[in-house]
Design a protein around this ligand. Sequence first.
Ligand SMILES: *[C@@H]1O[C@H](CO)[C@@H](O)[C@H](O)[C@H]1NC(C)=O
Length: 343
Amino acid sequence: MEFINQVHSKCICLCLILIFGAWSSEATSRNLEDAAMYERYEQWMTRYGRQYSSMNEKETRFNVFKKNVAMIDSSNSDVNKPYKLSVNQFADLTTEEFKSQRTGFKGLRDTPPPTTSFKYENVSIVPSSIDWRTKGAVMPVKDQGQCGSCWAFATVGALEGALQLATGELVSMSEQELVDCNVGGENEGCMGGYPDVAFLYIIEKHGLTNEANYPYTATDNMCNTKEADSPSGSITGYEDVPVNSEQDLLKAVANQPVSVCIQAEGLFQSYSSGVLTGDCGTDLDHCVTAIGYGTTDQGIDYWLLKNSWGTEWGEEGYVRIQRNIEAVEGMCGIATSASYATV
Ligand SMILES: *[C@@H]1O[C@H](CO)[C@@H](O)[C@H](O)[C@H]1NC(C)=O
């Protein structure tokens, strides 16, 4: 009896040690993992000069950061994906925050505007690739800041390209004039807008003034009518690319930079390089300028897009997304709301 009791108590004791050991080693490793993540967080804060107003805010942001980093690391661990994500300057923003600060397309209208003519409808030969940057038709990448003015940047990118092709001169044009002055209708400055409405404004005003005269502030201001009334680049009209046709979009982009709208919510926030090939919906929330297309060495067809989130994002401010996919809307809905200026 004595012997059995002894065995029993030894066993209980050993069991407790084992259980405690397993529990404590798990707790320690979890803490180490969090500690490593926290260190990464603080390095990231230094790298991007981020400061938070309180420890509370820092902790809240850490949890967002941690979640984003986990998603990014997991995506990057799949070597078969032809794109990479990175822990960039937007890594402490939730999807919703990012969308509200950095996009600005108001989405497809319930009643689409009347269709325009499409001057490239009979184009039958296009080059296998094009990059309008190499032809001097693309201004350096700009930054919309924390303002939902993507629609102004996409429009101006297409405008700058159209004017350069017509005149041979590349001039930076004013997004701020659109933000401040193209108001009172569907376009609402930093609250979002539509490129086609912006094109109509530019046609009516007989042009837009240039960036130097009316620089970008990333805020809504009173319209500077003196500058707005002295436009420089005038266009004769704008046309929409027929919807749901990557073929028609190709004909247009082969001939000039084109404003396109896409769904940026999702992978765009942390996109770093390569060709985005998936996990992208067609719930349009952002507009950019399509400035080329091509095919990678691996045989993936892509669209080359100029974004307005600065040069630190993506491929020095640009992004490539897959072209010629099965869905008629195109990757991220790129073929659903495209337009360009005619000069
Ligand atoms: C395209 O070709 C058709 C048939 O020849 C013609 O009616 C139409 O005007 C052409 N479109 C353009 C934009 O030139």
